[in-house]
Write a protein that binds this ligand. Sequence first.
Ligand code: BGC
Length: 780
Amino acid sequence: MIAQGAYAVEPWTVRETDLKLDVLAQSESVFALSNGHVGWRGNLDEGEPHGLPGSYLNGVHELHPLPYAEAGYGYPESGQTVINVTNGKVVRLLVDDEPFDLRYGRLVAHERTLDLRRGVLERVCEWTSPAGSTVRVRSTRLVSLTQRAIAAVAYEVEPVDSRTRVVIQSELVANESLPEPNGDPRAARALKSPLEHEEDFADGPRLRLVHRTRRSGLRVAVAADHVLTGPERTTTSSESNVDVARLTVTSVLDPGERLRVEKLVAHGWSGVRSRPAMSDQVEAALAAAAHSGWQGLLDEQQAYLDDFWARADVEVDGDEEIQQAVRFALFHVLQAGARAEGRAIPAKGLTGSGYDGHAFWDTETFVLPLLTYTSPGAVAEALRWRQNTLPAARERAAQLGLRGAAFPWRTIEGSEGSAYWPAGTAAFHVNADIADAVVRYVAATGDRDFERDTGVELLVETARLWRSLGHHDHHGAFHIDGVTGPDEYSAIADDNTYTNLMARANLLAAAAAVERHPEQAAQLDVDHEESAAWRAAATAMHIPYNPDLGVHEQHAGFTRYQRWDFESTGPDQFPLMLHFPYFDLYRKQVVKQADLVLAMYTCGSHFDDEHIARNFAYYEPLTVRDSSLSACVQAVIAAQAGHLGLAYDYTVEAALMDLADLEQNTRDGLHIASLAGTWMALVAGFGGMRRTGDTLRFAPRLPERFSRLAFTIQLLDRRLHVEISPDKATYTLLSGPRLTITHHGEHLNVGPDSPAVRTVPPTPERPTPEQPPHRTPNAH
Ligand code: BGC
């Protein structure tokens, strides 16, 4: 586990000044660079030592059979796993005949800095070889946010006190050997040598490798070009073979002299394009990058990020750790989605192979809200990916005997990748989560073209699923039985409140959308009878409630179950799923992650303040947070219920999930949803931001630690700045025409020259609910 304080607490950087080899894999995730298309883990330039080598191309995966001890109808037969593609970041160094390897010799100084404003990873180190030669190495790495195929490294070496012979080997490496997977069943299965050679090429500073995956048949091309600066006596040679292409640069340097290699790397992949076409594609991308040059790429990166921070930054005064963590979170969420363009945003982004590189509902429910209000274009792309996968989702629905589309619980290319029914396909709520993301995006942007071309189809096909999955009972009430909600410690339950409320919203949104877009409705064969049936199901949707306790039920009958024996559960028996049988978790009152509490956030208008407080007090002592998706949601509702200290503690937990490696699995990749949840905890929690139609409501209240919280959001072509202090909130329109919002229920009309300032009302006093034993939030 990364010790707290492993990184210096600074507002715009994440800096490590000590290289700890035992936590290398975690820092590789923290220092990962990506643009949503290409992902490079923060591996050391020289490739070794490493925790987990990782270079990913979004969508590149291999297939493997999913074995079952007992066969069953409709079980997915083929699994998908992200693969480590050709590694273009390797730059090896030989110092007076000895490999520059930090496991040997003496590391005199080491610093790595992730610069969140410039979008680069910088490294400076000084190392004395076992034979006593000391060199200083500097490298800067970027994955370009402006040129989607491109990543680049500038690598520089200089001797410190005597004339030194140095050899730099800049490489492209395919089929790197990977460490054996650890015991966590959720971590990805590393696939051995997944790439078959098709082409290798080396000519002077230019290198190229083309490979193809064996089963999925995807072609991967990676090419590099180099610019060298060094003394005249520098010589070069290059060579390639099936899995390696290498440029070798040799020189003899006097103290004060430097050898510098600028390496541009272009990536491409395709399931259809030919080998020559792929070679040409990466060469063209390389030519464009060379045209910008190294400095040009740095400048473009900076300009892209300046623009991002101007519309997305969150400022926290009074808490430096949260300030750093939220910017780290914003940066990584941007990296995960910025240039995914028609591909999924996986649960780990492109920072590691955890969860086999799959995307889940995490994207629509946790990641897209942040992007909707800061980088809406990325949301449209992510939802277009869902639209592109509709054929697979329709097929899955048909296979299950349902209408419309059944989107997969986990996937890379669109088909169901979950072999496990109760916590897999039965979690049908992913369909409503996608619909909710469509509605949120359209409300926040007013993008009617998107609604017409993408939104309607997604809404209609998901509404069809609900109508066929549920049924009206003899009293007319509509039920959705036998499904799994967000809480994976309950499964195949009737009338999960979250699912039913989200399905209701989905059905109503579909009915409204087909009215606005009659042509699309006709193309999709929706008639009045069908949309009337959606409305009828929505209106009659059953929402289970226990009147004796005065609380909503997570699902029908949940509050009648036996309570989990928390008192006899030891601190080392979490996560419960690794220590107790699922059958027992399923039949007891114990909650893995916010479920009913999540419903109170996403479907807030269904609950009044009293219910929010009572439900939260009821579910809090049952919720063990064995998923990283929970803390941020609990933060939001704790803040709404007036438990600001508790909300703060949950915010810290979400914010430090990876910077402090709270779940001890950051090595497998970052928890992108929890990172996005940090923004959610601050903006929806302490900012109290909620949406009704296309209007935003705010109900800000700060925890004691914060003296100020400020954030900017994009809404309907406007930029709104919200600044909150302990006693007042200021709403300023930075650009665009007047806007109506609410502050603690009061309507405000904010104009370009008239910021609105309102006082923050007192916080309602309520006893703070307790968590299960050993599960208080990881506050510091
Ligand atoms: C959670 C799911 C989540 C998945 C991927 C699981 O542990 O229970 O809700 O989608 O992780 O993050």
